[in-house]
Structure formats: C-alpha cells, structure tokens
Design a protein around this ligand. Structure first.
Ligand code: BTN
Length: 248
C-alpha cells in the first residue's frame, strides 16, 4: 500500500510539510514523498534534521488508519520496526532506540517524525517522516553530532544505494502496516522493537509530560509505551509524547 503513489522531489523544505499539504488535499493513503535534499528538515522537539543532497534518504508517507486518536502513538514503533528490519535485511546490526531512533554501533543512523492530525477524536491522517543517514562521512555532521551519529557508508565503508534502502523500507513497512490494518494490533512491530531494543537493560532518564523518570529500561509494551523499573521497584509505563494537532 505504501508506495502506491510516489513523488520524487529534487529539493523541498521538508518532505513532512509537503506530505501534510498533500494529505490536506486528499491524496490517498500510501502516498510517499522522497526528496534528494531538504532545506528545513525537521526532527522531534523542534530540532532540525541534517538533509544534505545525495547523502541521505528523506521520506514522508501519508497514512489514514481508521483508528481513534489515542492509538496514533503506535505508528512510531511500527515505523521504527520497519526501518530496523530494512537495515537488518541489508546486513546492518540496527537497533531500535525507543521511541523513534535507529542506532548502529551505538550511534544514531535514522530518526522518525510522526505527525498526526485528528478529527472528532479519530485519526484524520498521519504523516510518517523517516530520515536515514546513507552516505555521510564524519565531517558532514556538525561537530556536536560527530560522536553520536553514523551513516550506512561509515558502517560498511562503501556507498549505500538510496533506491535499495527505500525498497526494503517500503517492503517491511507494508508487511507491518498490513498487520495493523487487518488485526488492529502491532504485535510483530513490538516484537521487533523488543528483540532489537537499544535501551533494554540500560539505566535511562526520560523527561515526559513535565516529569523526569530514572530507572531500568525494560520492555516496550503493545501500545508502544516503555516500561521503566524505578529504584524503589515501581514500574512506570512511559508513553512517548508525540505532537498531535486537531482539525474540526
Ligand atoms: C528525529 O530524529 O528527531 C526525527 C527526524 C526525522 C527526519 C525526517 S527526514 C524526512 C522527514 N522530513 C522532515 O522534515 N523530517 C522527517
């Protein structure tokens, strides 16, 4: 379903913003926008996403899952599982860093930005934006990111083919999304997120909805939340705070 309509751009501010406009203009579910570069690539929490020409995969997809607003959060673990499996299919030891990052060798290689628009407490549409660092060298990253970031080329020593990565990503996404539409759950995605969890067994500090929780990261739950065991033994389930907007 994803990829039923593909739009390839040379240059755009943000594929997520572009896909949002298409979604508002009633483009169908499964429409995918790729761009060779972005001039205002966006990340979570107001951050920017480095989007150099020819160096990365910058993709956004329009989804219209027929679910209630509170289920919107499952799209991020589903997308993370799809990216993780696509990279694993290509021979990379990719891990899911809850909630929306993919890591290789302890460094970030990919990020996901899910933006959901709600109507009458239902998901009107969602735009899932995925950025993957393909052919960056260390000096392509700003100094402050150089120790924390990697690319497929840096991991393997030879250039990655954007088309090959995109095809694997769309294939895996469609398999996992199909499960969601047919069964209403994302068990396979959650299984992948847990099997390749970067945080599991690590002590984490997570700022969420105004409070800070520190504890041992445990499993990712069926709704996409992360279980954390605090020092006093209490188990907290942290829901990732995605930004939702509402239309009437
Ligand atoms: C993050 O790690 O904070 C999420 C990064 C998401 C980046 C992708 S690149 C394609 C799409 N368009 C954007 O402007 N952002 C997403």
């Amino acid at each position: 379903m994803l990829g039923r309509k593909v739009i390839n751009l040379k240059d755009v501010e943000s594929t997520n913003s572009y896909a949002q406009k298409l979604a508002q203009a009633d483009y169908p579910e499964g429409t995918v926008v790729f761009s060779e570069k972005q001039t205002k690539g966006r990340g979570r929490q107001g951050r920017s996403w480095l989007s150099l020409e020819g160096k990365g995969l910058y993709m956004s997809a329009i989804l219209r899952p027929p679910f209630d607003a509170q289920e919107a959060q499952i799209l991020t673990p589903l997308s993370a599982a799809a990216v993780c499996m696509a990279l694993r299919n290509l021979g990379f030891k990719a891990m899911v860093k809850w909630p929306n990052d993919i890591y290789i060798s302890g460094k970030k290689v990919s990020g996901i930005l899910t933006e959901t628009t709600l109507s009458a407490n239902k998901i009107a549409y969602a735009v899932v934006g995925i950025g993957i660092n393909l052919n960056h060298t260390k000096k392509d990253f700003p100094l402050e990111l150089q120790q924390k970031s990697t690319s497929l080329r840096m991991e393997k020593g030879f250039p990655a083919k954007r088309r090959q990565v995109a095809d694997k990503l769309i294939f895996n996404f469609n398999m996992l999304y199909d499960e969601l539409i047919k069964s209403g759950h994302i068990n396979s995605s959650i299984k992948i997120c847990n099997e390749y969890s970067f945080l599991k067994g690590k002590i984490v500090t997570i700022k969420n909805q105004g409070c800070t929780i520190t504890g041992l990261a445990r499993k990712i739950n069926s709704n996409g939340s992360l279980s954390i065991k605090k020092k006093d033994g209490e188990i907290k389930e942290v829901v990732s705070g995605e930004l939702n907007k509402t239309i009437s």
